[in-house]
Design a protein around this ligand. Structure first.
Ligand SMILES: Cc1ncc(COP(=O)(O)O)c(C=O)c1O
Length: 482
């Protein structure tokens, strides 16, 4: 956001856009919220949006579009093969990443499917800074394993390290040595690491990783879904990037990568995805799977209207005013909560504000899913839908035992340009109340547990009557307030 200083009092985020289309929101009474979360099996994914006040579940496909994006959708060229829209998108992606080849896909996990099917074989390994749910599930589905090699600081809730998403270079060398180069399918680096607080990696770290991969002839894959946030932090926090333009930073990341994939539900502020590479052999291999799983090579499962919007969204990603709104709002929210002793991940990252449910609800054991319990309790207290990013989001071990996550987080995503500062202040207020009443909150237990990606549609019950007691306390404290 622009450099605007304030005369009186503290500074606060100032939006460099205005709102011209609005959507009415509902805030239903707390008793109704209690019923809605029970009907949803205490899984915020299963709530009906009509029962949700602020939807902070995710930033995926729900970012506000610009006037230019909406306008571009009107001149989409709707043809199965060879559409002008695809030519425009291809031109935009190639310009953005400076790459030779682009393959369209309907979203990020579709790219992960194609990459896993092409490179992962039984017994192979994919070292990475940190996993993302779908990336890991698809690698393991194809018989591979993942090795998470994020720096130790990356798993600390509070740290002064500006690049907690960095990979540990010594650990990377050791894993390559341990498995042998032939067993390493590829190295995956995730920009703005989703599951550990939206934390970025530095360009310097990526240069080191690329050097190792090039020497060992291992493909380096960049998951650029959350690159916009990462870029912002490179520019703001990394001395070596201070005088680079955003585009120069992107191009440097791209030249260090062998393959880049992205979810355009995040990067590009629309809905879709794609894979880029400069390598002709890799391109030919990946290309075969696109018509099979996605659609013809000139749409890849995307609607032409979304493709037009992505093309414009990528241009806008190179404008600091456009990509700073998320990180600056998150910074505000994290600092306001931190000031009041509410445990949050620091430094503030991208994607959203991450509340440390492990400490917030330190009386709930991991086996009763504290992050899931906090997501449920926070919905009841506020009507705000967040997302569990903890043990519930993990898969069980092959022997059926729980795989306890490194962090138990309630992620409150800030879809870009969607919420106002007063709405963020409402979220802060309700979190303060819930924190003061945290001992009322109890755990959850599964009543229906899917085997794969259970967090999406698993159903849970509270272990006691804690939700009824939470509603009663709310009424005592807030009277007839919604
Ligand atoms: C880092 C990262 N990679 C991949 C994906 C998968 O993308 P999609 O939801 O479009 O399938 C996501 C989605 O949230 C993500 O955050």
């Amino acid at each position: 956001m622009a450099n605007v200083k304030f005369y009186a009092g503290e500074s606060f985020p100032l939006e460099m856009h205005k709102v011209r289309i609005i959507q009415k929101l509902n805030l239903i009474p707390i008793e109704e919220r209690g019923k809605a979360i029970a009907a949803a099996g205490n899984n915020t994914f299963l709530l009906q949006n009509r029962d949700v006040f602020m939807d902070m579940l995710t930033d995926s496909g729900v970012n506000a579009m610009s006037d230019r994006q909406l306008a571009s959708m009107m001149y989409a060229d709707d043809s199965y093969a060879g559409s002008e829209t695809f030519t425009r998108l291809e031109r935009s992606v190639k310009h953005f990443f400076g790459c030779k080849h682009f393959l369209p896909a309907h979203q990020g996990r579709a790219c992960e499917n194609i990459l896993s099917k092409t490179f992962v074989t039984p017994g192979s390994v994919v070292p990475m800074n940190y996993h993302f749910t779908t990336a890991k599930a698809l690698i393991t589905l194809n018989g591979g394993t993942v090795e998470e090699l994020i720096i130790d600081e990356g798993l600390k809730i509070n740290s002064a390290n500006p690049f907690k998403g960095n990979i540990d270079i010594d650990k990377l060398n050791a894993v390559i040595k341990q498995y042998g180069v032939d067993k390493v399918a590829y190295v995956r680096m995730e920009a703005g690491t989703n599951l550990v607080g939206g934390q970025p990696f530095s360009l310097e770290n990526y240069e080191q990783v690329s050097r190792i991969c090039r020497t060992a002839k291992i493909p380096l894959v960049l998951d650029a879904s959350l690159l916009a946030d990462n870029l912002y932090f490179n520019k703001k926090r990394e001395a070596g990037c201070k005088y680079m333009t955003l585009h120069q930073i992107v191009l440097r990341f791209a030249e260090l990568s062998d393959i880049i994939y992205f979810s355009a539900r995040k990067l590009g502020f629309a809905r879709g995805g794609g894979i880029c590479t400069n390598n002709d052999d890799i391109f030919m291999k990946l290309r075969e799977l696109v018509p099979l799983f996605e659609g013809f090579l000139t749409y890849g499962g995307m609607s032409v209207r979304e493709m037009e919007a992505i093309a414009v969204g990528l241009e806008e990603t190179l404008d600091e005013d456009m990509i700073s709104q998320g990180p600056i709002f998150i910074d505000y929210m994290v600092k306001e909560l931190d000031k009041r002793g509410i445990p949050v991940i620091t430094p503030p990252g991208g994607l959203g504000c991450h509340v440390d449910a492990g400490h917030f609800l330190d009386h709930i054991p991991q086996s009763e899913y504290p992050a899931g319990a906090l997501a449920s309790a926070f919905y009841i207290a506020s009507g705000i839908r967040g997302m569990e990013r903890g043990t519930l989001s993990e898969q069980r071990e092959p022997d059926g035992s729980e795989h306890y996550s490194n962090m138990e987080l309630l992620r409150l995503a800030l879809p870009r340009r969607v919420f106002t500062l007063s709405q963020v202040n409402y979220a802060i207020d309700r979190l303060i109340w819930l924190h003061e009443n945290r001992k009322i909150v109890g755990g959850l237990k599964f009543v229906e547990e899917p085997k794969i990606l259970r967090f999406f549609f698993g159903r849970l019950d509270p272990v006691s009557d804690w939700q009824t007691r939470l509603v009663t306390k709310f009424r005592q404290d807030f009277g007839d307030s919604l």
